[in-house]
Design a protein around this ligand. Sequence first.
Ligand code: F6R
Length: 614
Amino acid sequence: MCGIVGYIGDSNVEKVLMQGLDSLKYRGYDSAGVALYDNGNIKVFKAVGKLENLQNKLSALSDDEKRASMGIGHIRWATHGSATEVNAHPHLSMDGNIAIVHNGIIENYKELKSELEAKGYVFKSQTDTEVVAYLIGDEYKKVGDLKVAVQHIIPRLKGAYALCIMCKDEGDKIVVVRKNAPLVIGIGNGENIVASDIPAIISTTSNIVYLNDDEVAVVKKDSVEIEDLNGNKMPLNIQKMSIEMDAISKMGYKHYMLKEIYEQPNIVRNLLCGRITNVNAPISLDEVKISRDALKQLSRVQIIACGTSLHAGQIGRYLIEDLVGVATEVEPASEYIYRKNTTDKNSLVIAISQSGETADTITAVRQAKEKGAYIIVITNRPDSNITRYADSILNVNAGIEVSVAATKSYTAQLLTLYLFAIYFAEVKGVSLDRLPSIKEELVSIPVKMEEVLSSDADIEKKAETLSKYQNFVYIGRGVNLPTAMEGALKLKEISYINANAYPAGELKHGPIALLDENMPVVSVLIPGHISYDKTISNCEEARARGAKLITITSSDDKELEKLFDVIIRIPVVSDMLSPLLAVIPFQLLAYHISNFLGKDVDQPRNLAKSVTVE
Ligand code: F6R
């Protein structure tokens, strides 16, 4: 759908407008345009199709031709009139004195148009917006004041609108008004910006003002004043943009899922911040409220979760057993609640839930609590229902996850489990010789994640060739069996392709019967562990049955090219920390395959973000 941006200030106006439009293009559009005000002149540039077409036009101009002290921009999704340059915004009044961009629909534009035509006005476009430009232009001739002209015209418009208006004769202001269409004003320092959505504002300022219906704002470089349609002054209610607002915008990505995949390095960075200050010093995890003595005495851990959170828990088991040596079980919450389990007051129950609203996990935690277990909840929503039963809450702080397919919350859960396992080992006084190098490597993970993301274009190409298959087998061993399971789940849920994950060693015990040239086998190969050679052997067995082989590996061994059809390389990483990196290519593969197949990536059929029924 349409997006609008307006800017007044000393930054490069054309750049601010184009960046703003770029951040709004996820809404969908078919043409774009900007109007630049410079010293009594308004210059309009438009292009049909992608924003790049407009950018190319602007890039061909000299700095002088693009110079501007303010401007307005628009991406249009055609409603009245087809996607042509003439119909694209901004539109000018007939005398060229007024320029406007508009989101929404003016329902009575035909009557207003006829009225103007009767007065001798001739229209160039088929749009409802040009009618508004002409009306304001007509009124301006009478009143000689842009704000007043807008206040006089607005009561004549029926429908929905967010309008940004400039006037050749009033080069110090943009006038904006809205009704039933979003418009936000960003208050900067010596600059101000307006837009139809937060993403276009974020890079200029975090101070925002929401305009109410039928309020008219006069936005100058150093001031913003709001009036109602009768000229009464209205308060300027400046709010700080919250992280949530930032999180719920697509920030220019095509889908929330892609944006959330790309957020992972920074989420991990934030989670590590203040936890590991010196690799030789104990980790700081004050949120764990259980006393050190009680933690030392614990003889068992039970991890309970569903779906993707369950996969994080399976890796958690591996970490706790390897680093702490305490027996750990992992179970889907939906199984735990219907079985006679042995949870007691010596049990530590770790419940993992992104939403904190998953009914099965909440019931499981309530039952465990009734049996006297100590409860740690790992969640992305510390204010959610599940935390009512928690003795300790570990907030994974991933920001709101909008896409139904969990990505960033998974890596944030994993990181939290790594931190907890290290903390637990330190309290127990075990594995102490191994911990400094693990901590050192943990700190390097965000940069390595960024390296993985930098190969996205290559993964996208590979995904295109893989998108023709209907069935996949995923295999992994040890700490990366859950990674393979998570990769298969991602593919299933957003592309509806059948993907099943198996322990690599189990392939020969049955699933191998499925293999032929139509059943690709996707593996995870991390050198430095016995499982590496064994997994290669399993892949060779699959190759002998004609299966196409794909691997995600941190090995740079050229020999692998002889065996595998598709290799996705990730940076060198220890087996223990590899799940944090290996999952990213799986997420990207699933994302791109779903996108190639034209599926609804963020809202897959039959799925909901919080499953509040058992
Ligand atoms: C998969 C996915 C689901 C959830 C599961 C548990 O991408 O999102 O499998 O992981 O429904 O949800 P939470 O973690 O909110 O309890």
